[in-house]
Design a protein around this ligand. Sequence first.
Ligand SMILES: Cc1cc2nc3c(=O)[nH]c(=O)nc-3n(C[C@H](O)[C@H](O)[C@H](O)COP(=O)(O)O)c2cc1C
Length: 322
Amino acid sequence: MTKTIGLHPVENVAGPKTIYQRTSETKPYVSRYKRPDTVSHSSWNWELISDQPLDQWLPDLEEIKTTYPDRMLIASIMAGAGNEEEMENWRRLARAVVNAGCDAIELNMSCPHMDRKDMGAHIANDEDIIRSILQAVTEVVSVPIWVKLTPSASSLVDGARAAYAAGASSISLCNTFPSLPLMDPETLKFEVEVDGLVTSGGLGGLAILHQALQRVSDVSRAFPDKSISGIGGIKGFREAFNFIAHGAGNLQVCTAAMEEKGSGGVGVNLIQELTSDLGEYLERKGYSSIEEFRGVARERIVEHSRIRRKSEAYNGGYAQPA
Ligand SMILES: Cc1cc2nc3c(=O)[nH]c(=O)nc-3n(C[C@H](O)[C@H](O)[C@H](O)COP(=O)(O)O)c2cc1C
């Protein structure tokens, strides 16, 4: 999966775009600043989509596909909404990345910090827009189309329904959660800021795992026969297992892979460990594939009132009928 590729002008903030926050057992506060014996807590970023133009991406995509012809290459793309010109931008991006060899496309309807109101997470509550973009893209390419939705949409399940009905073969969940960086009590500076100012950015990594699972579960229980790509807080096998148990059929990793930078490639060790731990688990349990336990958690997520109480007198918060 690529970084999101677009056609509109992109200029990132004049400072760090991403920070990696850590916490420790002895002083369990969260901070980006280096301390001994800390473990990863989350990433926080306010990076926009790729600032590299489409023409620069295309030869790279071609080279990746030629070098690894038997591997899936998926391009994430984004344009605006609300008029024919923007629909044409989606079509142009889709055609270009498929001609360059991409096997599937992910439509980014989820970036939480776009300035433009017709882009990213801003459009995820509008089912008409979701439908119109899918219609534009499916007109011009025949590869599978995934739609990445935002966890902050109040109508996530409705958005997923609109996307599946309009031809999405999979929904990706989640993008990062809208959030603010922390302020240092001594200096009164945010841990990331430009000229003393910050704006809403996105939280990723372990800190969002449980919330991402909830979103996957919501969509998976509503559409148990449809595909979901799970993302949000995956580092090792246990997190991956949980996404699969809630119904995800494939997984993506961002923060944990980026944290591993410098170890011979972004996320190489992590992926090797993840696949070998998964293989070992399948063998130990006698499963032939993840399909044997995918969605196993679905039926066990119920309304609060269905959870047993110690007494039988409780009536869901209402007085017992006389
Ligand atoms: C620095 C950074 C850049 C990101 N850029 C994109 C992007 O271009 N397109 C996109 O769909 N998601 C983007 N994301 C979101 C991730 O793909 C992912 O959905 C999110 O970080 C949650 O997964 P994680 O907990 O594994 O990081 C970005 C995340 C980070 C940390």
